[in-house]
Design a protein around this ligand. Structure first.
Ligand code: HEM
Ligand code: SF4
Length: 629
């Protein structure tokens, strides 16, 4: 308990603190910090000027009154050191040797309390005094601190209305609104949506098709995150597109850069007769919490989540930063939690966190993991910023303990209900709802026209309930089709183009964007993938599908590391010519005993590729390279 004298001192300092706070609020909106509703935010440091509470990385920090005062002054000029005299003047209105000595003691104490900050270090700068300085960080961290991605909306509207040249940092920030400049299409943008669990109404799909026809040459890609990317969009048209998307309840914010990306799940969620539960509402609930909120708009790196109640793991849980998979504990249905999976050059599988969570608590638990990542993830080296690296740095037990400190007591894992890794959901599949079926249609390599989306919507309304689903393999399902309508639906011309019964080599072919729109691509992956599949169908006809994954470069967006056959674009010199080629990987798989595909042949020219793959499969007789079902 404070003594009466301390209380009086506290009262006396209050008005001065309020003044400092007001000055801070007025001036702290410099490029490094922001002040809102009596709260100053500097990266992971938050100072509440009314309650005098300070948190660092979400944890409460105990400061004395004088330390608080000093921190407020330093926050006010974050990034710019203040001399000892200036600081003494601010704090005590006098500069004496005694005050300077006192100041250095205060600084030492404050420095050790702030030592954990990922953003700011309280540094002594020779001859210049003390400052809350940013350690050397990468360009993306700097531009996020200078202006939050969510604050770029007014600029987007300004660029759209004036046609003014776009600032290079704003080009990056526009990705917070799903607007991606594409060097391959100078003057045009890609617009990425958010579609939780890939579930769409026919009204939404009609809007997407119409917008693409009107503003984007009718060119659309369906992605492996059950998402949609519109092409050839002009900045001038972006505000109108935003407005139209909002009208039909479609979200596009935070779909790129250091955000939680579209949340995926089983495309048959709520329909699959065999599922443990319908987990799709959880994907929507998480999205509702994070989108539009600055607490979640500056993560160290991208963050992929999958939530699935399906026993076949078609949501590829093992290559997500965070995944919830179906589990049972003491007779209760819920989820086990896995963390730290990722694809790409540093691909690794997610690890079991030994946590069980009930469906009602699942969204909150995911938010806890996101906050832990936000506050503790690496922000210096972007190659080591994904959750995988935090998991490795902390170790699973400490990770679990840190999460528990935020999310409350965690239960140990339940019994996993995943039976196998499979599920492309193409063709006619009976649903759990009696008399209803889903019809899954192959969209070759995910590329579709605006007009075709309009037709998909019409078919969903005519034969189904108007609902559609996008899959993790870049395809479309029409769902809730009564038995008596199936025959007529299957005869529709659109289903001859987007077949429910594609060939074995086409059926599970997945490809990244490739040269049309991606500056990193070494070749037209989508075109090459289609041609390869057609040639393999002739050369090595099969009954069962082969998972063939194509990536246009080592970044691995086409998930070549998990394909039965993975193909990564390459170049090869043949005589005087440099020809398109691919590195061949074999044997990637998920589920129990997951394995990354291993490289077996380098830079095989594309025209030799079918023959070489056929030989490899015959020679090695490697059954692991091909699925058994
Ligand atoms: C530094 C690493 C990476 C960079 C620079 C990068 C960049 C890109 C680019 C430029 C695109 C094309 C966007 C477009 O379609 O216009 C793309 C697409 C995509 N990337 Fe990456 N990427 C990286 C790593 C990854 C990884 C590791 C994954 C997950 C395995 C991934 C998943 C995706 C997905 C799902 C798409 C959409 C393509 C599709 O599904 O059709 N990316 N990425
Ligand atoms: S894998 Fe490479 S080429 Fe393909 S989309 Fe990703 S970055 Fe582009």
């Amino acid at each position: 308990m404070p003594t009466p004298t301390e209380r009086q001192a506290e009262r006396q300092t209050f008005s001065r603190r309020r003044l400092l706070a007001d000055q801070t609020a007025a001036t702290v909106d410099n490029s490094l910090s922001s002040s809102r509703n009596g709260e100053v935010v500097l990266g992971d440091l938050r100072l509440n000027l009314d309650t005098l509470q300070v948190t660092l990385g979400g944890r409460s920090l105990k400061l004395t009154v004088q330390e608080f005062d000093l921190l407020v002054v330093l926050a006010r000029s974050a990034g710019k050191p203040l001399s000892q005299a200036e600081l003494a003047q601010h704090l005590w209105h006098e500069v004496t040797p005694e005050r300077i000595r006192h100041l250095s003691v205060l600084v030492a104490r404050l420095r050790s309390k702030l030592a954990d900050s990922k953003f700011y270090k309280l540094r002594t700068l020779r001859k210049r005094g003390y400052g809350l300085m940013l350690p050397p960080i990468n360009r993306i961290e700097e531009l996020k601190l200078a202006k939050d991605g969510l604050d770029v909306l007014d600029d987007i509207l300004r660029y759209a209305s004036t046609g003014a040249p776009i600032d290079s940092d704003d080009i990056e920030r526009m990705k917070w609104y799903g607007v991606f400049y594409r060097k391959q299409t100078p003057g045009f943008f890609m617009l990425r949506l958010r579609i939780p669990n890939g579930i769409l109404t026919s009204q939404q799909m009609t809007e997407i098709g119409s917008l693409s026809n009107q503003f984007g040459r009718g060119k659309i890609d369906i992605t492996t995150r059950q998402n949609i990317q519109l092409r050839w969009v002009r900045i001038h048209d972006v505000p109108q597109i935003f407005e139209s998307l909002r009208r039909v309840g479609l979200e596009y914010r935070q779909s790129g850069m250091d955000n939680v990306r579209n949340i995926t799940g089983c495309p048959m969620a709520g329909l699959d007769p065999d599922e443990l539960m319908d987990a799709s509402p959880i994907a929507g609930a998480i999205q509702d919490v994070i989108v539009g909120r600055k607490e979640f708009s500056n993560l160290p790196r991208k963050f992929n989540i999958s939530v699935s109640g399906c026993r076949h793991d078609c949501a590829t849980s093992q290559i997500h930063d965070l995944s919830l998979t179906p589990a049972v504990k003491d007779g209760r249905a819920g989820f086990n939690v896995m963390v730290g999976g990722m694809g790409g050059e540093d691909a690794d599988f997610a690890r079991d966190l030994d946590v069980f969570v009930e469906p009602e608590k699942a969204a909150a638990l995911c938010i806890g993991v996101i906050e832990l990542f936000r506050d503790k993830g690496d922000r210096e080296d972007r190659r080591r910023s994904r959750l995988r690296w935090l998991r490795e740095t902390l170790g699973l037990e400490t990770f679990r303990a840190e999460l528990q400190a935020r999310a409350g007591t965690l239960e140990r894992a339940g019994t996993s209900q995943i039976e196998r890794f499979a599920g492309d959901h193409l063709g006619v599949s009976p649903q759990k709802q009696p008399g209803l079926s889903s019809v899954g249609c192959l969209v070759p390599v995910g590329r579709v026209q605006g007009d075709d989306l309009l037709e998909f919507s019409r078919l969903a309304e005519t034969y189904g309930s108007g609902e559609l689903r996008l899959t993790n393999n870049q395809n479309i399902l029409i769902v809730n089709v009564p038995e008596e309508c199936l025959a007529a639906l299957l005869k529709e011309p659109l289903l001859q183009k987007y077949s429910p019964q594609p060939s074995a080599w086409m059926r599970r072919t997945v490809s990244c964007t490739g040269q049309d729109y991606c500056q990193f691509a070494l070749l037209d992956t989508k075109g090459s993938a289609m041609e390869f599949a057609h040639r393999m169908d002739e050369l090595l006809p099969r009954e069962t599908a082969v998972r063939v994954h194509w990536s246009g470069c080592q970044r691995g967006c086409g998930q070549h590391h998990i394909g039965d056959i993975g193909l990564q674009a390459a170049r090869r010199r043949v005589g005087d010519e440099v020809v398109d080629a691919a590195d061949i990987f074999l044997g990637g798989r998920m589920g129990q005993d997951p394995r990354l595909a291993v490289p077996v042949l380098e830079a095989v020219p594309l025209d030799e590729l079918p023959q070489r793959v056929a030989e490899l499969l015959r020679d090695t007789n490697d059954q692991d390279a091909l699925p058994s079902a």
